[in-house]
Design a protein around this ligand. Structure first.
Ligand code: MN
Length: 316
């Protein structure tokens, strides 16, 4: 079974690296730290390479031990989490490519199966939720710190249990409350508290937000200039795409944020019936039915026209 093979590779490996997608969100960081703690409990010292993250996650255990880079040339084992495609492994694909063994753990439908071992569960609302059953199977006890990281992933990827949460999500929540995990605090720090950079970016995005197609579509964007001016880092755009989606009558929210070298990152959210994963796929990206993304070249205006053309085909 795949899980047996994963455990065998972890036990065999001496040098292990843990990687996730760029612009890391709560699930990316939570999954990475949780699995690193689990591997540590087996007596190993894995490296978690996350060069940059939003300050919103500073409350998480072990966050201060993340590495910006590593001088290890060839890891025995690389584990990628929450990453649909090896191309978006945080600009640190070399650690992945060079590793002797590659494991891919994810919950995106569009996962390209880029690992030697792939463990994909598209039903899981967060990659971190996959780890619950996995660690249980490995016989590794989920500690309070691991649970905090896993729950951070779940809360951020489900918009605070508002979409895709499953029975297992709530069973786990009950269990870890008994462990003493402060779920309310995770909720508040990740969803309610905006850091200043995120707030300033949100203000700009709201100023520019326009309604299209009789108010069924919202569109807005932020540029590198905005990011520099407010002193934001990758990940500080978290949640901005939800602003449009949460406005009355909006079915699809389109949000662009400029990246350093890959043009604009397109984020799409839908409320009920539009399958945004299909739209993202047309532009070489992917994701879930109601949350998806892709990288696109061009100006915000040019991208808007292209994306809107596809969105319109699905609007009722
Ligand atoms: Mn995720």
């Amino acid at each position: 079974m795949t899980l047996d093979k994963i455990l065998e590779e972890i036990k065999k490996a001496e040098k292990i690296v843990i990687l996730t997608h760029e612009g890391p969100d709560g699930d990316a960081i939570g999954s990475s730290i949780a699995i690193s703690l689990a591997i540590k409990s087996l007596g190993k010292e894995p490296d978690v390479i996350i060069p940059e993250h939003s300050k919103s996650f500073n409350f998480m255990p072990e966050i201060q031990n993340l590495k910006k880079e590593s001088d290890v040339k060839k890891y025995d084992l690389a584990i990628a989490l929450d990453c649909a495609d090896a191309k978006i492994l945080n600009g640190y694909t070399k650690y992945y490519e060079n590793a002797k063994m590659k494991i891919n753990i994810d919950h995106h439908n569009s996962n390209t199966m880029y690992g030697d071992i792939n463990f994909i569960n598209p039903v899981a609302p967060a990659c971190s939720q996959i780890l619950i059953g996995m660690l249980e199977y490995f016989g590794i006890k989920i500690t309070k710190d691991m649970a905090t990281c896993i729950m951070t992933g779940i809360i951020t990827d489900t918009g605070g249990f508002s979409f895709r949460a499953t029975a297992e999500t709530f069973e786990f929540a009950a269990e870890i409350l008994r462990l003493g995990v402060n779920i309310s605090e995770i909720f508040r720090k990740t969803l309610h508290t905006k850091n200043k950079a995120n707030f300033e970016l949100s203000k700009r995005a709201m100023d520019r937000l326009e309604f299209l197609e009789d108010g069924k579509v919202s569109f807005t964007y932020i540029t590198n200039e905005d990011i520099d001016e407010v002193g934001a880092v990758q990940g500080d755009h978290e949640g901005i795409v939800e602003i449009g989606k949460n406005i009355e009558d909006v079915e699809v929210s389109i949000f662009l944020h400029e990246t350093k070298n890959k043009g604009y990152k397109l984020s799409l959210r839908s409320l009920e019936y539009v399958n945004v994963a299909d739209i993202a796929l047309m532009f070489g990206g992917g994701g879930h039915y109601k949350a998806a993304g892709a990288y696109m070249k061009g100006t915000p205006e040019q991208i808007k026209v292209k994306v809107l053309k596809e969105v319109k085909k699905q609007l009722k």
